[in-house]
Every structure is written in structure tokens, then in C-alpha cells.
Design a protein around this ligand. Structure first.
Ligand code: B12
Ligand code: SF4
Length: 517
């Protein structure tokens, strides 16, 4: 069969990174089938486009994966594929919880011929074989012979052939600059962020989160060797094509078992497998100085921290009381001293939030080393304890909010402010952190750091700005660059002042050096 795996865009931002599930399922597809990948973030497509594509390419089966946020678009694309006479299998966190919706068993239209529940590592080969035989079933659940749920152990873990996979659509650098950039340092003709997992599962069970329910509360790890080999493969590819690769460790809590994380980081260092990487780690685990030393030495550049709130009452309310706002500053300083930045994520519209929460949070943020703050709204995702709690209390204003997805819009009323007030708080958070003046201030605050770090934070802020302000097309980008020209000129002046070579970001040089080794 010719199989297409498709992930829709969210209609607001372009994700900077492809989705791991596609590469994983491509790798796990039994031999004898051809698998093509399309990520709507990299290759925008509408319903007509996908119908034409499956007809022209003579596709036999389409697999669609989506989070709740993209499910409405996913259903529309699935409908178009099915109308073109091609079978659709859907998987991922949303349809796992809402299988009846996808299969049209809840009174609505049917969108998928089959649904893969939960982790599909072991069911996907069966799905492909059934589809090839024309015996596709409605539901595929990851269960053993006795009907008990079975989670993949991740040992062994499939070897994703990163040296061969086509990655053209995921190059983040503009095509017209590629020939020039290829000659910079060890080569910047390509720059890709690649998702890598080292483990699955999280025991913390925060009320708003899908992860504990979906992946389970016991954690499964890959072997250090398998992760290190994957990094070495990626590093070799970058070198071969005169480009750069950074890695996003997508584990929900990369240091959930600190001892094991330290041992992995030591093995990465020993194997010289360092690439620049981002990982998600909760603040409580970053108390460990040795861990942070190892993060920096193993290539860690950005740590995503789900801070959620600076109010302990809010944190206790959503079962995230292990976050201690009193220690946020210390943790961020500890990272900054090693030139590791933090992506600090906050949720507004929690039940103890009142108007002014954005300004109160921003005041704290301004006292921290500059990083990348992001602000979202409390969202009841299907099947989470939060959803069930709000549903039972009759507080959901849009119980099926995903069916008419509206970006940055709440689906329930917080206890101490109105929905509109909560929306305004997020707008304040975004505007205050990503205005040209705020970006300039963040870059200036790093004047004592090497130029590369300032360029790093500048580029990252420009990219994250797109979460709040439309930045999807070439024009939007040109406008953004023009609005931030003062900072750009300042950085260029500093670069040229230090000699032409220094104008090339030292972050670039650093990566280049590391990837040459
Ligand atoms: C990396 C990541 C991101 C990345 C983007 C995704 C990417 N490019 O990889 C970033 C950081 C940008 C991101 C952003 C957001 N994310 Co996110 N993200 C993740 C994370 C940490 C890892 C995803 C991953 O690769 N998992 C590992 C793979 C192997 O698992 P998987 O994707 O589930 O795939 C398996 C199965 O689901 C299944 N499967 C999946 N798709 C398909 C398709 C088919 C056809 C089949 C057969 C099977 C199948 O098979 C796979 C192998 O077992 C997950 C949490 C998690 N651990 O999964 C959250 C998660 C997916 N994100 C989530 C959320 C809510 C968001 C945001 C909305 C957060 C926000 N408030 O802004 C945004 C929205 C992004 C957007 N595009 O609009 C939720 C989604 C819940 C839901 N019900 O939709 C999750 C589950 C985390 C959570 N806290 O609950 N995210
Ligand atoms: S929010 Fe993070 S720490 Fe909490 S359950 Fe989800 S993955 Fe675990």
C-alpha cells in the first residue's frame, strides 16, 4: 500500500518541530509498504488539497493524528479523504478519549474508518496489515491476549532511520538564504528541530493534563545506549548535509528519575553525542546542582518549565502543589549561570486568579533572568480530571469546545473573574513579553553574555511571538523584522564591532563546533 501520515496545522501558528508519532509509525510500518509524511505546519493543505493529493499519489490509506486543538481540522481533512474513497485511521490523545465522536457513534458524522486508541506502537503494524487485506476494524486497542491494557516497554526501541528519512519540509531556514548559510561555520544550510523521546509517562497527575491518563503513571525509559545512538545518528546527518540539528526531548518530565537522567547525560557526554537540546523538566527537579551541571555539559540550552502560576493556592487546586513559586527565581538563576535559558509556561484563568494576574506574574518574570515566558488559558481537555470536575459542577460553557475551536478562548468560567477578563490577561502577558520594546529589553539584559546567547534569545522570542501575533506568511515575518529592526541593528553592530566572524552568532559557532566534533 501507499500510506500517507498527516498531521494538521492549528491554523494559528506554525509548529517549529515535526511530530514524533509520524516518524515512529513510519519506522514501525511492516515492509512492503511506502509511507509518505505531510505535516500541515510545514506543508499547508486544505480539504481540496488533500483530496487531490490522495487521488494523484494513489494513496491507499491515510493515518491522521491530532491533539484536541487541531481535531476540528483533522476531522475536516478526514472527511475529504474519505469522500475521495480512501480509508482513514485516526490516532492520538483526542480520539483516544473521544473514539465515539471520530467513529460517528455519538450522533454526529463519522470521520474515521478506524481509531487507534492510546499508544499505537504495537497496534500500527496490525492496522496496516488489516487495511491491506481489506479487513480494517473500527477500534484498535493496545491490549494483550487477556484484554489487559499493554504499554510498549520502549526496550527495545525502534531505530528511526534519521540518516535516510526525507526531512526537506522541516528545514526552518528560508530557501533563498540556504546557499549562503551553508558556508557559515560548519554549515547552516539546514536547521531542524527533531523530536526525540527518552521515556514516557508521568506520575504527577496534574488536574488539567492528559499525560498521566494517556501514558500512565509508571514511567518507561529507553536504554541510554538507544538514546545516545539516536543522537549520534542525528549529529552525523547534520554534519553530512552541512546543516544543524537541535533536539527536543519530548518527555513530559525529562528528569522525573534524576538518577537515570544523570546517567543518560553522562553517557551522552562520554559518547560525544551532544547536540543542542530543549527538554521539559519540572522546577522541583532542578534543585539538584549536579543535574543542572550535567544538563549544560550535555548540550541542554533551553528548559521548558510548567510553572503554571505564581499563586500556591492555584497550584494546590490543580494538584500541582509540588511547584513552589518561592523557588522559581533560584531555579532560573541556577540555569542562567550555566547559560541555559528557561521557557516558563503560565496558565491564566485558574480558579484563584483575579484581574491583574498578568501584571503580577510579569512583575515576577521581570525579576528573573530573561527567558521565554508563555501564557495560556486553563483548558478542560477531554477526560482530564479538570474536565470531569467542571462538567460535574455544571461549569462548562462550551462542553465540546474543540468542535468549534477558537484560539485563546476559555470553555468555562473561572471562579473569581469573567471569561473576557481572563482573555485580556493572556493578551497582556503576550503583548508585554513580545512587543519590540520587550524583546529589546530581554536582549539588552544579556549584554554581559556572549553575542551568541543574545542572538539566541532574540530569535527564540521572534519565533514565540507567533503564538500571540499572526506570523504565518512571508509578509508577516517581514513586518516583524521591520518592527524589531533596532534590536537587529544593535546585534549586527556588536557582531561587526567584534570582527566579521563574530557577526556570525557565537551560538551558531558553538553549535557548529560541537557538531563538527
Ligand atoms: C512535543 C509536544 C508539543 C510540541 C508540538 C508537537 C510536536 N511537534 O511534537 C509543542 C511544544 C509545540 C506543543 C504544543 C502544545 N501542546 Co503539546 N505536547 C507535546 C508532548 C510533550 C509530546 C508529543 C509526543 O511526541 N509524544 C510522544 C508520541 C510518541 O506520542 P503521541 O504523539 O501521543 O503518539 C502516539 C499515540 O498517540 C499514537 N498516535 C498519535 N497520532 C497517531 C496517528 C495515527 C494515525 C495513529 C494510528 C496513531 C497515532 O501513536 C503514537 C505512538 O504510540 C505531548 C505530551 C506527550 N507526552 O505526548 C504534549 C501534548 C500532546 N500537548 C498538549 C497540548 C495541550 C499542547 C498545547 C495546546 C499547549 C498549549 N496550551 O498551548 C500546544 C498546542 C500546539 C499546537 N500545535 O497548537 C496535550 C494534548 C492533549 C490533547 N487532548 O490534545 C499533550 C498530550 C500534553 C498535555 N499536557 O496534556 N506540544
Ligand atoms: S503537567 Fe507535567 S508534571 Fe503534571 S501530570 Fe502533566 S506531564 Fe506530569
Amino acid at each position: 500500500m501507499k500510506i500517507l501520515l498527516y498531521n494538521p496545522d492549528n491554523g494559528v501558528t506554525r509548529n517549529f518541530m515535526p511530530h514524533l508519532w509520524m516518524f515512529l509509525l513510519q519506522t514501525l510500518t511492516p515492509p512492503g509498504h511506502e509511507v509518505l509524511l505531510i505535516d500541515g505546519n510545514a506543508q499547508p493543505m486544505d480539504e481540496e488539497g488533500i483530496a487531490r493529493y490522495v487521488r494523484e499519489e494513489k494513496i491507499d490509506l491515510v493515518g491522521i493524528g491530532a491533539m484536541t486543538r487541531m481535531i476540528a481540522k483533522a476531522y475536516r481533512m478526514a472527511d475529504a479523504v474519505r469522500a475521495a474513497g480512501v480509508k482513514v485511521v485516526m490516532g492520538g490523545p483526542h480520539v483516544t478519549e473521544m473514539a465515539d465522536e471520530a467513529l460517528g457513534r455519538d450522533g454526529g458524522a463519522r470521520h474515521a474508518d478506524a481509531v487507534a486508541l492510546g499508544e499505537a506502537d504495537e497496534t500500527w503494524p496490525r492496522i496496516v496489515e488489516d487495511a491491506a487485506r481489506g479487513t480494517l476494524r473500527d477500534v484498535y486497542a493496545p491490549v494483550d491476549d487477556f484484554g489487559q491494557e499493554r504499554k510498549p516497554s520502549l526496550q527495545p526501541y525502534p531505530v528511526i532511520p534519521w540518516d535516510k528519512i526525507k526531512l526537506e519540509q522541516f528545514n526552518l531556514l528560508p530557501g533563498m538564504l540556504q546557499p549562503l548559510l551553508k558556508r557559515v561555520g560548519a554549515g547552516w544550510g539546514t536547521f531542524r528541530i527533531i523530536p526525540v523521546e527518552s521515556g514516557r509517562g508521568c506520575p504527577y497527575g496534574c488536574e488539567f493534563c492528559t499525560v498521566t491518563g494517556f501514558f500512565g503513571d509508571s514511567i518507561r525509559f529507553r536504554t541510554n545506549e538507544s538514546v545516545v545512538n539516536e543522537l549520534l545518528l542525528l549529529k552525523a546527518r547534520a554534519k553530512e548535509e552541512g546543516g544543524q540539528i537541535a533536539v527536543f526531548f519530548i518527555d513530559d518530565n525529562f528528569a522525573i528519575n534524576v538518577k537515570r537522567t544523570k546517567s543518560l547525560l553522562r553517557d551522552i557526554i562520554a559518547a560525544n553525542a551532544q547536540v543542542h537540546w530543549v527538554a521539559q523538566i519540572s522546577a522541583n527537579l532542578l534543585r539538584d546542582e549536579e543535574l543542572v551541571d550535567l544538563i549544560a555539559a550535555a548540550g541542554g540550552k533551553w528548559i521548558f518549565i510548567g510553572m503554571e502560576s505564581i499563586d500556591p493556592a492555584n497550584l494546590a487546586d490543580v494538584k500541582k502543589g509540588f511547584n513552589k513559586p518561592g523557588e522559581y527565581a533560584v531555579v532560573l538563576d541556577r540555569l542562567a549561570r550555566r547559560n541555559v535559558f528557561a521557557i516558563t509556561s503560565f496558565i491564566f484563568g485558574m480558579d484563584n486568579d483575579t484581574t491583574g494576574v498578568a501584571e503580577r506574574t510579569l512583575k515576577e518574570i521581570r525579576s528573573w533572568p530573561p527567558g521565554l515566558p508563555i501564557f495560556g488559558l486553563m483548558t478542560p481537555l477531554p477526560a482530564t480530571p479538570l474536565y470531569k470536575k467542571l462538567e460535574a459542577a455544571g461549569r462548562l460553557t462550551r462542553p465540546k469546545h474543540w468542535q468549534e475551536f477558537i484560539p485563546f478562548a476559555m470553555a468555562h468560567t473561572p471562579l473569581k473573574m469573567s471569561i473576557d477578563e481572563a482573555h485580556k490577561e493572556v493578551r497582556i502577558g503576550g503583548a508585554s513579553s513580545y512587543s519590540p520594546a520587550a524583546i529589546e529589553k530581554a536582549v539588552d539584559a544579556l549584554n554581559h553574555k556572549p553575542l551568541g546567547y543574545r542572538i539566541n534569545i532574540f530569535i527564540a522570542r521572534l519565533c514565540f511571538r507567533g503564538i500571540y501575533f499572526p506570523q504565518m506568511g512571508r509578509f508577516a515575518w517581514l513586518r516583524t523584522i521591520s518592527e524589531n529592526r533596532c534590536t537587529i541593528l544593535k546585534l549586527l553592530r556588536q557582531g561587526f564591532g567584534g570582527g566579521l566572524h563574530a557577526a556570525v552568532p557565537s551560538a551558531v559557532n558553538q553549535t557548529a563546533t560541537e557538531q563538527r566534533n
